[in-house]
Design a binder for this molecule. Structure first.
Ligand code: PSU
Ligand code: MN
Length: 303
């Protein structure tokens, strides 16, 4: 029988030697960004992890095999495929059984990373509680996955078209510790400031690493969330973000798009509204997150 999760060689060596590893998702490659920016951004993100002294582990499904540590050829196959699915955690059993290809979401990535013993995961933006979730129940499966797997998620907040206060409420319900990097308010994905205050500000990676270890010593089995505001020079101004979000949400309603197609549709609508500026910001923020994620992986490896 095939091993259920195939580790890339470099990732396996690093894990064996207890060197720092940073897990990366691929739904952003298959659905979140258009070709060729998707591949360029994934490569730049991996490079940022490497230059921070850690080993990147891109996760994805190829021919029904769940892979942790995709090679560049495998990344290219995912990033150029028209058939690659968006693989949420609940899709993993089906896609593996069917022998399919897919990019994994935050939830599916965290499941995989935790099973491989990787403690840091980097993404752009997590899914969240959508506006109107009170009636639609559209709460991303990313949130319970962040709560339920022993891995720290590094992101630039929830995607800007989510309800930020509701998402933070939900993370509180799930008992997820939420820290913000060198700032006192939760970021707004394309812009650094959503205006929503948070309790926990972290200025150095070691602070978060210490808290993660303290939790483990207490028997806390869940994850943590570190939100890193997009650097000011690469951000969209708040008015543009607000305009893009309002436009995208009204298009979503008009076209009656729901379920797992909503997020890719909204990202595309924002892209069109901002004439591509949102994509540049998205690529910049994930690369920046990768630098912070690598520093965190190093701090965890130092003990
Ligand atoms: N944020 C982005 N681009 C993306 C995603 C998030 O900037 O492509 C993807 C992530 O993989 C995330 C998923 O896990 O969207 C969330 O989907 P949903 O909202 O359907 O849960
Ligand atoms: Mn959803």
């Amino acid at each position: 029988m095939k091993a259920p999760i195939r580790l890339g060689e470099e990732v396996r060596d690093a894990l064996d030697a207890r060197r720092p590893v940073v897990a990366l998702e691929t739904s952003i490659v298959t659905q979140g960004m258009p070709y060729p920016t998707n591949l360029e951004a994934a490569r730049a993100t991996q490079e940022a992890v490497r230059s921070g002294g850690a080993v990147p582990a891109l996760i994805g499904v190829l021919g029904g095999e769940l892979v942790c540590g995709l090679s560049d050829v495998e990344l290219e196959r995912l990033g150029t495929s028209r058939e690659a699915d968006k693989v949420q955690l609940r899709d993993l059993p089906r896609i593996v059984a069917e022998g399919g290809d897919g990019g994994v979401t935050v939830g599916a990535s965290l499941f995989t990373a935790a099973r491989c013993g990787i403690e840091v995961f980097v993404t752009g933006g997590i899914g969240g509680v959508s506006p109107g979730a009170g009636a639609s129940f559209d709460v991303s499966a990313d949130l319970p996955a962040i709560a339920g797997h022993r891995c720290i998620t590094v992101c630039a907040g929830t995607k800007a078209f989510m309800d930020v206060p509701a998402t933070l409420e939900y993370l509180e319900t799930l008992s997820v510790p939420v820290a913000v990097w060198r700032f006192n308010r939760f970021p707004w994905f394309y812009s650094p400031d959503s205006g929503v205050e948070v309790e926990w500000r972290v200025d150095e990676a070691q602070q978060l690493a210490d808290a993660f270890r303290a939790g483990q010593q207490l028997g806390y089995e869940g994850g943590m969330l570190l939100s890193v505001p997009i650097p000011a020079g690469q951000a969209l101004d708040a008015r543009t973000t607000r305009g893009a979000v309002e436009h995208a949400l009204s298009e979503l309603e008009r076209r009656r798009i729901a379920g797992k197609d909503a997020t890719p549709f909204l990202l595309q609508a924002v892209f069109e509204y901002t004439e591509g500026a949102s994509l540049v910001a998205n690529a910049a923020l994930i690369e920046h997150n990768a630098r912070v994620g690598a520093a965190l992986a190093l701090a965890l490896a130092d003990g």
